[in-house]
Design a protein around this ligand. Structure first.
Ligand code: KG4
Ligand code: ZN
Length: 369
């Protein structure tokens, strides 16, 4: 039984997971309300909130699991990547607990955690030993990994913004709430996805080492963000954006569907077209990478994997191509600690423990390039 702790960004989370598969408890304290007025995560505020939340969140996870610290076999924590000050809170807490309780400490890469969220959800259909293409797509990352037998190769990444970051920035520009992904997801269903013909920047293949797949599947999302801005300027959408921003600020608890009354058809078309372009780009590159690299299964994880259009279009493509496809549950797609405890399980079995000198690594990467 492993206690997982996650504090890499704006969620303080703790979970107790048995044998990497059975979730006994998973508690997530979100800081969305704190960062929403700024339209993005403010690192100093995030660290302070983690400090405030870490003890009650761990206590709640232990209580819900019906376990005491002495019942644990190990304490696992996100080592990186993420915000340095935020990671530090989880790492310092986990080290202290492991030391005081004389339990092994396990350091987990947040990105590997996202991949394990899929194993947690679909343990029957997925085999970690099968060659799998993993797309990790969140607010901080857009990565393609070739995963096989618990080893990873990074075969693609974004050259600029992460896909989730593009959702968040476009939503902010259009006067919608934070984080933007769920707002765009909800509103896009009401718009015409062919209204604005966006095309994503085609990234030129970078010079890469012979035999290496890195650079073949690069992403770039800063271009479409600028294209949305230009559309807003050319069509002078600012007055309607300002009205929407004020209306939503006056009703901060308005549901995303209620925001529909503040969006005209032109705005809804813009939102739907943006989402379609991003989803299509992710889909095309993920399936291309899987085919090129001989992976018969694809998994998609990270916050953007909660997106409904992404799930629909990936599912249709997988059926067409006869490729197996897996997602985490929507709750496990965004940051949580159950995925950290699950990723720690194979390390526990292998006796791969971290020293008490462990430090947070804000720019930790996953897998060889
Ligand atoms: O995995 P996550 O919770 O945190 C990071 O590790 O970054 O991902 C958060 C990101 C945010 O950018 C958020 O807007 C996006 O995931 N997101 C979505 C949806 N739900 C969350 N993007 C598109 N559609 C959604 N339904
Ligand atoms: Zn994440």
């Amino acid at each position: 039984m492993i206690l997982g702790i996650e504090s890499s960004c704006d969620e303080t989370a703790a979970a107790v997971v048995e044998r990497g598969r059975h979730i006994r408890s998973s508690i997530v304290a979100s800081q969305i309300k704190i960062h929403a007025p700024y339209g993005g995560v403010v690192p100093e505020l995030a660290s302070r909130e983690h400090l405030r939340n870490i003890v009650p969140v761990v206590r709640a996870a232990m209580a819900k699991a019906g376990a005491g610290f002495s019942d644990l076999d190990a304490v696992a924590v996100t080592e990186g990547p993420g915000l340095a000050g935020a990671l530090l809170v989880g790492v310092a807490y986990a080290k202290s607990l492991a030391f005081a309780q004389q339990k092994p400490l396990i350091a987990v890469n947040h990105l590997e955690g996202h991949i394990h969220a899929v194993f947690l959800t679909q343990s029957e259909t997925l085999d970690p030993d099968t060659r799998t293409l993993a797309l990790v797509v969140s607010g901080g990352h857009t990565h393609l990994y070739l995963a096989e037998g618990g080893r990873y190769r990074n075969v693609g990444a974004t050259l600029d913004d992460a896909a989730g970051e593009a959702f968040d920035k476009v939503a902010k520009l259009l006067g919608l709430g934070y984080p933007g992904g769920p707002w765009i997801d909800a509103l896009a269903t009401h718009g015409d996805p062919s209204a604005v013909p966006f095309s994503l920047t085609q990234v030129k293949r970078k010079a890469h080492r012979p035999g290496s797949a890195v650079g073949r599947f690069s992403f770039s999302f800063s271009g479409i963000k600028t294209a949305v801005l230009r559309y807003v300027q050319v069509h002078d959408l600012y007055p309607s954006i300002q009205r929407r921003r004020e209306a939503l600020a006056a009703a901060p608890d308005a549901s995303r569907d209620a925001a529909l009354q503040f969006c005209d058809a032109q705005t809804l078309g813009l939102i739907a077209s943006f989402q379609r372009a991003v989803v299509e780009d992710l889909k095309r590159k993920a399936f291309q990478a899987a085919e090129t690299l001989g992976a018969k299964s694809i998994l998609v994880s990270g916050g953007v994997a909660a997106n409904r259009e992404l799930r629909q279009r990936f599912t249709a493509e997988a059926e067409k191509r006869g490729v197996s496809l897996a997602f985490p549950s929507v709750a496990l797609a965004t940051d949580n600690a159950a995925m950290i405890a699950a990723a720690a399980w194979p390390k526990f079995q292998a006796g791969d423990f971290a020293p008490l000198a462990l430090t947070a690594d804000a720019s930790l990467s996953l897998g060889a390039k």
